[in-house]
Design a protein around this ligand. Structure first.
Ligand code: 13P
Ligand code: SF4
Length: 395
C-alpha cells in the first residue's frame, strides 16, 4: 500500500447519537446506548452540589468514584481518583472493598472496571448513553470476519491482536482468545513490543492512528509497513499479498474528537504564538503527531504541563474539558495553555455524564437501588480479563 493510501482519512459516519435526548432513547448500533430509567434532577436545581455531597457522605467507603480526565469540572469535583484509562483500570482493580464503583467516563471504561473487579462489586455508569464512537467502529462480527480474511491469506497464525482499551468487551474477549493484549495510549509501545515477541504481525484495533503513530513514530517502522483494513470493504479492501507484506494491520477506526486536529491547526498556532510547544494525544492523525513537539496520553499531558517552566506556552491537542481545566490550573503559574484548534472540540459522549446524572446515580445507591449497572457476560469477561491482565503485566 502506498503512503497516500495509508494516510487516507475520511470524515466519521454520522451517528444518530447526536439526536438522542440526554439520558433517553437508544442507539442500537452502539456498544452502549439504552435508555436511562428514573427521573433525573433538573440541571437548574441549585442544590445539586449539596445533594451529591450528601449522597456520597451517606455511602462513605461503600462507593468509589472514578473520573476520567475528559469529564466535566462539576463531575471531577466528586471523583475520588482521576486518571487516564490505564490508571483508572488499575485504580478500579485496586479497590476490592468498595461495594459500588461509579465510573464517570465512557462505557468501555466501565466494562473494563467490571471485568477487573470482584463479582461482589457493582459498577455503575451514570448515563448509559456515554459511549465512544471509536469503540463502535469495530463490532464483534466485523472482527471475526477480519480474522477469517487473515486466515484465508495464511497470516492469522503469525498475527497477534492488540486492541486499544477503547473497544467493547466483545473485542477485548476476541483479543484474549487469540493470544493478544489490550493497550492504552500510555503503554501502546510496550504492548506492541510484547506482541512482536509473540508473532510476526499485529492486528491493531480499533484506532488506526494510535497504531500507526506508535509503530512509525515510536518504533521506527515505516508507513509502508502498515496497511489499513476497512471493515466496510470485501476482504478489508486488501489483497492477500498486501496482508502478507504488512507488519501492522490497522483497523480503520478513529476518534472523531482528535480527528479534528489538522496540520493546519499546528501551523496556525505556531504562527499565532511564537515559541509555542505543541502537545497532542496519539489519537491524532499521523501528520499532526509528526508535526507536534510532544505526544502522549492524557496523564502524560498533565505531567508534562506540571513539569513545564513558568512562562512556557502550550497548544494542546486533546479534549476540551481537560485543556480548559489545565489552562485554568496553570494560569497562576504563568504557563500559557491554549486549545490546539480554533473550533471547540468536546467529546460529546464523555460530556453526557453531568451533575444531574451523577446525583441521580449516587442518591439511588444511597437508597440501596443500583441503577445503570454495567455487567459483562461471564464468558466474555473471562477472555477479556485475560487480555487486560496481559496489559497490566506488560514489562
Ligand atoms: P487516555 O487513555 O489517554 O485517557 O485516552 C482515552 C481516550 O478516550 C482518549 O480519547
Ligand atoms: Fe472515544 Fe474519542 Fe471520546 Fe475518547 S475522545 S472517548 S476516543 S470519542
Amino acid at each position: 500500500m502506498t503512503t497516500a493510501q495509508t494516510l487516507d482519512f475520511q470524515a466519521p459516519t454520522p451517528s444518530p447519537l447526536a439526536l438522542l435526548l440526554l439520558g433517553r432513547e437508544s442507539d442500537p448500533r452502539s456498544e452502549r446506548g439504552v435508555e436511562c430509567p428514573g427521573d433525573l434532577p433538573a440541571p437548574s436545581d441549585p442544590d445539586l452540589v449539596e445533594r451529591a455531597r450528601a449522597a456520597k457522605a451517606k455511602l462513605g467507603d461503600k462507593v468509589f468514584v472514578l473520573g476520567h480526565h475528559y469529564q466535566r469540572d462539576e463531575v471531577i469535583e466528586f471523583a475520588d481518583v482521576t486518571g487516564d484509562s490505564f490508571k483508572l483500570a488499575r485504580d478500579a482493580a485496586a479497590r476490592p472493598d468498595a461495594e459500588y464503583i461509579v465510573f464517570c467516563g465512557v462505557h468501555f471504561m466501565a466494562e473494563s472496571a467490571d471485568i477487573l473487579t470482584t463479582a461482589d462489586q457493582q459498577v455503575v455508569l451514570p448515563d448509559l448513553a456515554a459511549g465512544c464512537s471509536m469503540a463502535d467502529m469495530a463490532t464483534a462480527e466485523q472482527v471475526a470476519e477480519c480474522w477469517d480474511v487473515l486466515t484465508e491469506a495464511g497470516v492469522a497464525d503469525v498475527t497477534v491482536p492488540v486492541s486499544y482499551m477503547n473497544s467493547s468487551a466483545d473485542i477485548k474477549a476476541f483479543t484474549g482468545k487469540h493470544g493478544g493484549t489490550i493497550c492504552t495510549s500510555s503503554n501502546a509501545e510496550r504492548a506492541l513490543n510484547w506482541a512482536f515477541e509473540q508473532g510476526e504481525k499485529v492486528l491493531f484495533l480499533p484506532d488506526q492512528h494510535l497504531g500507526r503513530n506508535t509503530a512509525v513514530r515510536d518504533m521506527g517502522m515505516s508507513l509502508d509497513d502498515c496497511v489499513l483494513y476497512n471493515p466496510h470493504k470485501p476482504n478489508g479492501g486488501l489483497t492477500a499479498e498486501e496482508l502478507r507484506g504488512a507488519k501492522m494491520i490497522l483497523w480503520r477506526g478513529h476518534c472523531s474528537v482528535h480527528g479534528r486536529f489538522s496540520l493546519e491547526s499546528v501551523r496556525d498556532v505556531r504562527e499565532r504564538i511564537p515559541g509555542v510547544n505543541v502537545l497532542v494525544h496519539p489519537e491524532c492523525r499521523h501528520e499532526v503527531v509528526a508535526a507536534a513537539d510532544y505526544v502522549g496520553s492524557t496523564e502524560y499531558i498533565i505531567k508534562t504541563l506540571e513539569a513545564a517552566p513558568a512562562g512556557s506556552k502550550w497548544a494542546i491537542g486533546t479534549e476540551l474539558n481537560l485543556v480548559r481545566r489545565l489552562a485554568n490550573r496553570f494560569a497562576g503559574e504563568g504557563k500559557e495553555i491554549v486549545f490546539l484548534d480554533k473550533t471547540v472540540c468536546f467529546c460529546s459522549t464523555m460530556n453526557r455524564i453531568d451533575l444531574p446524572h451523577l446525583v441521580w446515580a449516587l442518591e439511588s445507591l444511597a437508597e440501596g437501588k443500583v441503577v445503570n449497572r454495567i455487567e459483562v457476560d461471564p464468558e466474555v469477561a473471562s477472555f477479556s480479563k485475560l487480555a487486560l491482565e496481559r496489559m497490566l503485566a506488560l514489562p
